[in-house]
Design a protein. Sequence first.
Lengths: 145, 145
Amino acid sequence: MKSPQEVFADFLADRNLKTTPQRRLILDTLLKQNDHLSPEELYAKVKKRDKSIGQATVYRTLKLLNESGLIEPLDFADGVTRYEPSYGEEHHDHLICERCGKNIEILDTVIERRQEELAAEHGFTLLRHKMYLYGMCGECRKKKQ
Amino acid sequence: MKSPQEVFADFLADRNLKTTPQRRLILDTLLKQNDHLSPEELYAKVKKRDKSIGQATVYRTLKLLNESGLIEPLDFADGVTRYEPSYGEEHHDHLICERCGKNIEILDTVIERRQEELAAEHGFTLLRHKMYLYGMCGECRKKKQ
DNA sequence: GGGGAAGATGAAAATGATATTCAAACAAAA
DNA sequence: TTTTGTTTGAATATCATTTTCATCTTCCCC
């Protein structure tokens, strides 16, 4: 299996785009993290390694990384789009505590299968899906009282 | 069961907020629709009935209607938040054609049950969820070739 | 290994959705 | 009715993201 760096380089070459130090740095920074970073947070991290980098480059590169399939946008309903590395990772959904923000990755084959079936029943070809479960985790429930 | 208008009036009274003609007009306009309106679209419709209404009032009222449980925000990944009336409606999810925008409401008890189970397995109390299936509808698939 | 065209970059300005400010108008409780 | 706190519309601000533009860089060909 190709490394994410290779995948990205190939993707760029395919489109006659260029591999630059900035693009490499942004990808590397993303891969080092297993958090779900917002563009703002990523920009801060990247800036520590290269003082001269610009926000626009971060946004531009995130767009490319998304198109190349290396990362995926997440929507935790907090106003910013976050991203997570997705290359070589199994697909999963998210279970989010609305109180403390805790975030658990979940995967359920029963649900995945039913999604396919549902789409097919309506004549759709399923391309992707988003599922977010919002609730309150055990700890927060205890703290609440 | 109380009418949406009553629910809204009670909600406002509870919070020491006021029932105004603008708020009534916005709610009525929303209820007449069974489309998924963006604030912009709603503003246009409302403006036809009351030339003097402002955008800000539409945004402010949508926020209140959401808090009162009468409407629900939807995320079709097209950059705008859309809303649908949800009072007295059974919960459902959405199956969206990424090509033509067609939007089918779906409900599946197998999935709903598994969601509850999954949350419980992680010690969570499930409060709500979002599930969007994105794909291509039969018609668009044919057109494509 | 340099020359040049196509792309990429950073800074600043533009955009687009949504939120806030403010002075004037209004709803509702007394 | 008077009063008080709320709401309104218009304009302005905000916030995330995108675009513009002049300058720099990559990479392909000789």
